[in-house]
Design a protein around this ligand. Sequence first.
Ligand code: C2E
Ligand code: MG
Ligand code: MG
Ligand code: MG
Length: 291
Amino acid sequence: RAARNGEDGVRGYVASMGQIFLRRFQLVTQFRQALDAGQIEVHYQPKVALPERRVVGAEALVRWSHPEYGRLSPDEFIPVVEATGMVDALTTFVMERVLVRVRAWLARGLRLSGAVNLSVRNLADESFPDRVAEALARHGIPPGLLTFELTESSVMADPERCLPVLRRLRALGVHLAVDDFGTGYSSLAYLRQLPVDEVKIDKSFVLGMGTDLGDMAVVRSIVELGHSLELKVVAEGVEDDAARDELVRMGCDTAQGYLISRPLSENRFEVWLQARTVRKSRPGQEAEEHV
Ligand code: C2E
Ligand code: MG
Ligand code: MG
Ligand code: MG
């Protein structure tokens, strides 16, 4: 009887592994079509300056509304897409959307930076900086209003190839941010070598700040390290006032997280932004971007 249970267990395991592979295979084969069919949506999450809460930019975060599986998180499909050549198409798609938004914000007098997450494939692609320059020119966007977020581990995967690409992007005048900082192995020594403007403290440390003194110490050290290297420091995963107040005390420059807003669809983000920028403007004055 025990043996039979074991057998069933194994069969169940094999079946679910099969399902996982099938699903992955489907995601790979369906992605290109999903992009063309409008199933890939770009959501936006605001970044605000501390302590005054002025909106300084927004990060683009993709979602896949899959006809069979529902709303898929990028943590599930990005690795699948990265394993194929299609991540180029994704990055281009997101960057184009973001540049259209940045243009629209500028037209309303808002100088907001649009942030796009890069994959390791983009960083190893020598033609990427030229394509970025072309897109900026075509949309008429000042390069300083485009930010690329990259993780340390993606640079470390192949520093010889990635560093020249990063230097060329930076020479264009676009901003570069190290994402998920603190989770890699070589953090401190390597940060100094990277041609970046901004460091984003990984949300795991920010989320733990209220309950874990170790996390609090890590956050404080990253703020100090970032500032000593003359980088702007952004905290992601800011979920409550206590975390926000502590970050203000530490001198952290920018905050992003559910406390300010969850990532929002394009339309909902525009409504949110409108409410934030109109609320403070007094009658007879132009809308300010401050809140
Ligand atoms: P990330 O770039 O580190 O983005 C931050 C993640 O934290 C997002 O998850 C965001 O929704 C989540 N987040 C923001 N504020 C809070 C908070 O206060 N609390 C908590 N618990 N979470 C918060 P999301 O949207 O699921 O994205 C996951 C990852 O997928 C991103 O991490 C990024 O690495 C990747 N990704 C998203 N969009 C793209 C893309 O267009 N291209 C590439 N290559 N990667 C992307
Ligand atoms: Mg990011
Ligand atoms: Mg991050
Ligand atoms: Mg992340």
